[in-house]
Design a protein around this ligand. Sequence first.
Ligand SMILES: Nc1ncnc2c1ncn2[C@@H]1O[C@H](COP(=O)(O)OP(=O)(O)O)[C@@H](O)[C@H]1O
Ligand SMILES: O=C(CO)[C@@H](O)[C@H](O)COP(=O)(O)O
Length: 537
Amino acid sequence: MAASAAPCYLGWDFSTQQLKVIAIDEQLRVIYEDNIHFDKDLPEFGTHCGVHVHSDKLTVTSPVLMWVKALDMILEKMKSSGFNFSHVRAFSGAGQQHGSVYWKEGASQILNNLSPDPPLHQLLKACFSVSDSPVWMDSSTTTQCVSLEKAVGGAQHLADITGSRACERFTGNQIAKIYSQNPEVYAQTERISVVSSFAASLFLSAYAPIDYCDGSGMNLLQICDKIWSTACLNACAPGLEEKLGPVVPSSSILGSISPYYIQRYGFSSDCKVVAFTGDNPASLAGMKLEEGDIAISLGTSDTLFLWIKEPTPALEGHIFCNPVDSQAYMALLCFKNGSLIRERIRDDCASGSWDEFSKALKCTVVGNDGNLGFYFDVIEITPEAVGIHRFNRDNNKVPDFPKEVEIRALIEGQFMAKRIHAEKLGYKIMPRTRILATGGASYNKEILQVLSDVFSAPVYTIDTANSACLGCAYRAIHGLVAETSVSWVEVVKLAPEPRLVVTPTAGADQIYQPLLKRYAELEQKVLYSPISSHRAK
Ligand SMILES: Nc1ncnc2c1ncn2[C@@H]1O[C@H](COP(=O)(O)OP(=O)(O)O)[C@@H](O)[C@H]1O
Ligand SMILES: O=C(CO)[C@@H](O)[C@H](O)COP(=O)(O)O
C-alpha cells in the first residue's frame, strides 16, 4: 500500500503466529497493513504456528530472536514499500499475553548503544539469558501454581489479589519455574519483560515498564491498587521486583523512539512510544467495545472478553485492568484449542480448505441432530480437560462422526463452551447484546453464523480482523492526549462503527437451549475423566 503524507499512527501486534502492523491517519482510516508470518517468513527458527512444543508436551516456547528478526523484516518491508516513517507521530503495540523475555546482565548497555548499520537481531544476539521464551501455550508450571496459591492463602485469595487463581501460563509461575530449575540463569537476568514490554523496549532501546493491563496476566499484580504484590513476588523468586521494574498506566508515553530507528528508517525524533499492552486488551480498544457487548477473538487462542466496572474475580476466568479507562476492568476467558484445532479438523475433514469447511457448516442443520463434541488436542484452559470426546443424540460416546457432522460438532461445541462459561461467571445475553468478533477466523461468515445461533445474538465485526493492531494505533493517539481532558470516547469517535454480519437463524434458540444444558452436563463427564484432570480444584 502507498505511503501517506499526513501524520499517522502505528499499532503493532507481536502475536503467537505473526508480527503485524497497521498505520492509521488522523481520521482513523487504515492506510497500511502488513505482517510477518513466523513459520513462513522465518523458517530458520523451525517453529510450528510460531512455537516449539517440547517433548514433555507441556513446555511451549518461542525463540526470542525470532521476534527481533521479525521486527527487522517488517521494518525493511515497510521501507521497501515506500512507507514514510517520518510521518509517524506516535505508536503503541501489543503482545501475546503472559509470555516472558529474560534480558541478560549487560543487555541494557548494548540496547542503549545500538549502531544503526547492523540489523537488530545481530546486535541483540547476546542479550538474552533464556533464548526460548515461555509463551501462553505453556502448561508446565503446575507445581509452581500449587505453591503460589498455598503461599498466599488459597486460590480464591490469589484471585482476589491478582484477578486470577494461579494459572500455568501466567508469567509469575513461569519465572518461578526458571528460578527453581536454573537459579544461575535467573541470577544472570537483569530484567524480565512480558512480550509487550519487550517489544516496547526494542523501540526505546531501553527497558520499557509493564503496563497495568498486561501486568494483570502475571499472578503478581494487585489489580485494584495497581502495584506489585510483595507476597506473590516473594512466593515466585527472590529479588523479583527489581527485575520486573515499575508498572505504568496503559496510556503512558514511555519516551521517544530510539536514534537507531531515526537513523535507519527515518522516523522523526519526536515520534512517541506509548506503553505496549496485551493483545486481548488491545483488541478491546480496537473494537470500541461498549458495556454490555461481548467480544470474541478467534485467533490462535479463542478468547471471550467484556468491559466491566467492578472486578469480581472467580476461580475461573481472569480480571485484567482496563486498557483505556483506569477506573474500569475487563473480564476474560481463554480457550487454548482455538484456530489450531479448527485447522486440524479442516485438514482431516475438508481437504485443508476453508471453503469446504464452510460448506459443511452450511449443509448441516442447526443443532447437528443432537451430536455433540469436545475437541481438545492440547490440555484446555476453559475447562481443564483434554482429548476428543464425541456423543450422539442419546448421550452415548461414539468413536467418530461423518466429516460434515464432525465440523459442525467442533464449531458448535467451541461456541457452546464459550456461552456456558460466560454465563457461569454471571454474564447474561440480553436482547441488546452485541457479539463483536475478531481474529483470523472472524473472516469466516459460516463460523460467525454458528456463533450467532449459539449465542442467540447478532454478530458484528470491524473492517480488519487485526483489532489488536488497530486498538494500539488508537491507543497511541490516546496516549498523546491522555494527560489532557480528552477522553477515550472522544479519541475514537471517528472510528467506524462495528458492522452487522449475521443475525440468529429463526428457531435456533429453541434448539440450542436444551443442547446447552446437555453440553454442560457432558462437560462434567469429560472434565472428571481420569485423563483430563491435572490440578485439584
Ligand atoms: N477463512 C478462515 N476461516 C477460519 N479460520 C481462518 C480463516 N482464515 C484464517 N483463519 C485462522 O486465523 C488464524 C490466525 O488468526 P490471528 O488472529 O491472525 O492469530 P494470531 O493473532 O494469534 O497470530 C489462523 O491460524 C487460521 O486458522
Ligand atoms: O493467553 C491468552 C490470554 O489469556 C492468549 O489469548 C494470548 O494472549 C495469545 O493470543 P493470540 O496470539 O491467540 O491472539
